[in-house]
Ligand binder design. Sequence first.
Ligand code: 5GP
Length: 118
Amino acid sequence: EEESADEMTIFKKIIDKEIPADIVYEDDQCLAFRDVNPQAPVHVLVIPKREIRSLADVVETDRELLGHLLVVASRIAAKLHLHDGYRTVINCGAHGGQTVHHLHIHLLGGRNLDWPPG
Ligand code: 5GP
């Protein structure tokens, strides 16, 4: 279900360690943890620690951070042995199916993924 616009997101609570998550990677800029409702054998979310609502809200000065998130996703995929490939997804806004209003990259792998999505 959809989170309301002004509430603290569930991901902010995970960053602040107020609620638990299965964390697979963390550094000063980002956090990666297993999706609670996995859509593939490996389903990890890579998120910036700084609160950015969606890809629609990024600005030029976010360039380095956004690149870092992708580099981290690539390293996690290697660490989790996704040698046969994987998919990264960023859902944005209502039509993109975004439900948590804190920018996140889905990393999905461990099975042959269907394309195109519905
Ligand atoms: P979106 O649909 O916004 O792109 O993806 C949000 C994702 O966050 C969903 O795949 C959902 O399963 C996951 N998610 C929502 N709440 C939690 C939570 O509390 N913990 C974890 N680990 N994942 C969550």
